[in-house]
Design a protein around this ligand. Structure first.
Ligand code: SAM
Length: 221
């Protein structure tokens, strides 16, 4: 691991405050991962994909950042979001109050069975840091960010594998998934999708600093 998978800007604050994400202001505080600028690109991609479409799901919603942006910038769409950690879910429920987002508390693995095969766009910024990278992660993030938001098995891709299966279940044929990953996973994250044979147009995208940042794929028709 030559590069820290977690930008320094993503530490959890020790006291409540607010942060901007695209065109929305979000409340953040202890127990929730602070959304970071890189993730705005994934949200922007999803908003473009939702043009003329109607159903979006944001898995691992954390503060609700991506879901709030979809509701704000694609107001014609029905947006659903799920979060496993009760503390993070609490922050998301505050941030999504007053929107039409359907927020649920639960595991993305079995989330939204009522939406199977009907979703147009799935987004996810999952935990993606390999346990083996523990030493390379900034101590302020390691010690203060919720561990559920950071670690994802030995290679950092356990959550990516779960989200691949969940997205395949939720999406209609031809629907799209977009998922953020660590900058060192520019080949490994797309390979999670390519390896299953159920996706077309698997493509990786770079952030504004030129680093691999998110993968998109389309469920085969
Ligand atoms: C890296 S944070 C991203 C949060 C938010 N989407 C963002 O971009 O700021 C990952 C989030 O996924 C949640 N999470 C981890 N495993 C999950 C699971 N199996 N199902 C649902 N949420 C999960 C964590 O609690 C955390 O809030």
């Amino acid at each position: 691991m030559t590069s820290s998978p977690l930008p320094k800007s993503s530490t959890t604050p020790s006291s409540p405050g607010s942060t901007a994400f695209r065109h929305v202001d979000l409340l953040v505080g202890p127990g929730v991962f602070v959304p970071r600028p890189e993730t705005e690109l994934l949200a922007g991609w999803a908003i473009e994909r939702l043009e003329g479409k109607s159903v979006a799901v944001d898995l691992c919603t954390g503060s609700g950042a991506i879901a709030a942006s979809l509701a704000d910038e694609a107001p014609w769409a029905r947006v659903h979001a799920v979060e496993l950690d009760p503390m993070a879910h609490h922050w998301a429920s505050r941030n999504l109050a007053g929107t039409t987002v359907d927020l649920r508390l639960g595991d993305m693995a079995d989330a939204f069975p009522d939406l199977d095969g009907t979703v147009d766009v799935v987004t996810c910024n999952p935990p993606y840091i390999p346990l083996e990278a523990f030493e390379s992660v900034a101590p302020e993030a390691r010690d203060h960010d919720p561990s559920l938001a950071l670690w994802s098995g030995q290679d950092g891709l356990d959550a990516m594998r779960v989200l691949e299966r969940t997205a395949a279940r939720l999406l209609r044929p031809g629907g799209w998934v977009g998922a953020e990953h660590a900058d060192v996973q520019g080949e490994a994250a797309p390979a999670v999708f390519s390896a299953t044979g159920r996706w077309s147009e698997v493509r990786d995208h770079r952030d504004l600093a030129g680093r691999p940042r998110y993968v998109t794929a389309r469920l085969a028709r």
